[in-house]
Design a binder for this molecule. Structure first.
Ligand SMILES: [Zn+2]
Length: 550
């Protein structure tokens, strides 16, 4: 049991107390000494009766500490009742904590602050965070930071030139944290010096020593995840390296790592976003299992380094996830998941950050029965239900063609320059007004909203809806001519093989090539659709487009 007194002082001033904490406490008991402030912000003397003491609930401070070690992380905030002779008041607290491996978390810095003026008090309550040195560990070992720089599903490695005993071997670049220096800032500095590149720290790769990785008797390695902000890693400054390589997940074992870097590099490779093959139309492949996690519904989520499975996108759930087989066992669904630095896997609607947030690892989650779960490290054969996939691909390509036909057929209902035009030059009604899009087997459903803003933008929805049948005839004529002529339909990944790549669907249509941002799957040639037809149906919100194939 460790006890902290947190002194709460100046309204604006943060109380910072430097100090080392020996060992990792099993529990933390926080006593708050609250000084009352007058309305003018001056401290009321203790003897003046301004002293109040409250106690934070025990145990609540042992929450999850996210983020790189060495940076203060915020624990879930709570409420604290502070009693005085005059009143009971409730202050919101924020507790900050530093570090902790996945097993033995500990709290070594605690503070609190009042989020707003206390209603009933003739003053303001404030508190602050204490900090501890960041360049050494609790047992006094020096912290060396190393970067797991990720880009497009690859991990950066650098070949050392010195000292002679290490020359020619590969490492995660980095260096020592200076006294008083934030580890993340140290990493940014080191990469600028050694590789002439600006990086941004986005997370960490926790190791077995309270989050760190063993290096030697005097030092530990702290591995932080980072992204390149500016520049191209270049060993040319000649400070420490003579070559860099971006390693694909399965290439990580192929370079001659410094001994201490092999384990963290292997762990870092498991944090790379899933490589996906569905954009090319692939329905089979092989993967290596990098994570297996129980899901809330009792089933199990399996993450592999590379997969042909298309997952449901949690942000724009237009196309359902693929089903199929993983090493001969049924894959019941495929979902988008986000792995955090603590190893938690959030899936589908539980994903709490925007798609592609670099702090998370974005993965395809293959949902299997608990009894069918493979083990981490297993190589697995993956095969998608190709018949089902093909019907969704036809529905999806048809959906895009229907959108382009809608744009073209309704162009005459715009009374002024539209806010956006599609790649073929027509007003982009589809993108401006779409509210819901659902791809179905050999079909699609799209709902459009015709509100005030659309009218303001210059679209005469009333006239369109009055003429919807002849307009649909125009659209169907366009669709028939496109399908009859045929054209290559493909998804471009911009060279990024991962799930989070910005993908674009291209189709070379008469009157201008189509290009639409899209995360789904498509047919290879639109001639294969046979026929595509649309119907426009008025709705309360605006109208719906029903698209069918064949
Ligand atoms: Zn799409």
């Amino acid at each position: 049991m460790s006890e902290f007194d947190v002194e709460l002082r100046e309204a604006s001033g943060v109380v910072r107390r430097e100090g080392d904490m020996q060992g990792a406490p099993a529990d933390v008991d926080v006593r708050m000494v609250v000084h009352r402030l007058r309305d003018d912000g001056d401290l009321v003397d203790r003897a003046d009766g301004g002293r109040e003491v409250g106690e934070l609930e025990r145990g609540t401070d042992r929450g999850r500490v996210a983020g790189p070690p060495g940076q203060l992380a915020q624990l879930p905030s709570g409420l604290l009742d502070v009693e005085t002779e005059a009143h009971t008041t409730r202050i919101a607290r924020q507790v900050f904590a530093r570090s902790g491996s996945s097993g033995a978390r500990y709290v070594d810095a605690i503070g609190a602050r009042v989020e707003s003026r206390v209603e009933c008090a003739p003053g303001i309550w404030h508190a602050a965070a204490m900090t501890v040195p960041t360049h050494v560990t609790t047992d006094g070992r020096r912290v060396v930071v190393a970067a797991a720089v990720e880009r497009h599903g690859r991990l950066l490695s650098a070949r050392r030139t010195r000292p002679e005993s290490l020359a020619g071997r590969w490492e995660l670049p980095g260096g020592k944290v200076e006294p008083g220096e934030d580890p993340a800032a140290a990493l940014v500095r080191e990469l600028r010096e050694e590789l002439a590149v600006d990086v941004r720290v986005v997370g960490w790769v926790p190791g077995p020593l309270e989050g760190d990785w063993p290096l030697d008797d005097a030092c530990v390695l702290r591995v932080l995840r980072a992204r390149v902000e500016r520049g191209e890693p270049d060993p040319d400054p000649g400070v420490a390296h003579d070559e860099v390589r971006w390693l694909a997940p399965r290439e990580v074992g192929a370079v001659d790592w410094l001994e201490a870097d092999l384990a963290p590099a292997t762990a870092a490779a498991r944090r790379l976003d899933t490589w996906v093959d569905f954009p090319s139309g692939a329905v089979s492949g092989s993967g290596v299992v990098v994570a297996v996690r129980p899901l809330a519904d009792g089933r199990v989520g399996v993450v592999v380094d590379r997969t042909p499975f298309h997952p449901l996108d949690h942000g724009w759930p237009d196309q359902e996830g693929d089903t199929g087989l993983l090493e001969g066992r049924p894959v019941l669904d495929s979902l988008t998941g986000a792995l955090d630095d603590d190893g938690r896997l959030l899936v589908d609607a539980d994903v709490d950050v925007r798609r592609g947030d670099p702090g998370r690892t974005w993965v395809v989650v293959h949902v299997v029965a608990a009894t069918d779960a493979p083990s981490v490290g297993d190589p697995v054969a993956l095969s998608v239900d190709g018949v089902r996939r093909a019907s969704f691909s036809r529905g999806h390509s048809a959906c895009h063609l229907a959108a382009l036909a809608l744009n073209e057929a309704t162009a005459r209902f715009w009374t002024k320059e539209p806010p956006r035009r599609d790649s073929r030059g027509f007003p982009f009604l589809d993108q401006i007004a779409v509210a819901v899009s659902r791809i179905r087997p050999d079909a699609a459903y799209d709902a459009y909203r015709c509100g005030k803003s659309l009218r303001k933008a210059g679209f005469d929805a009333e006239s369109f809806l009055a003429a919807r049948e002849p307009v649909a005839d125009d659209a169907n004529e366009l669709l028939a001519s496109w399908v009859a002529r045929g054209a290559v339909s493909r998804v471009d990944t911009g060279g990024d093989p991962t799930l989070t790549a910005r993908r674009t669907w291209f189709c070379d249509l008469p009157g201008g090539p189509a290009a639409i941002p899209c995360g789904g799957t498509h047919v290879a040639d639109i001639a294969g659709l046979g026929a595509v037809r649309v119907a426009y149906v008025p709705s309360d919100e605006g109208f719906e487009v029903l698209t069918s194939v064949g």
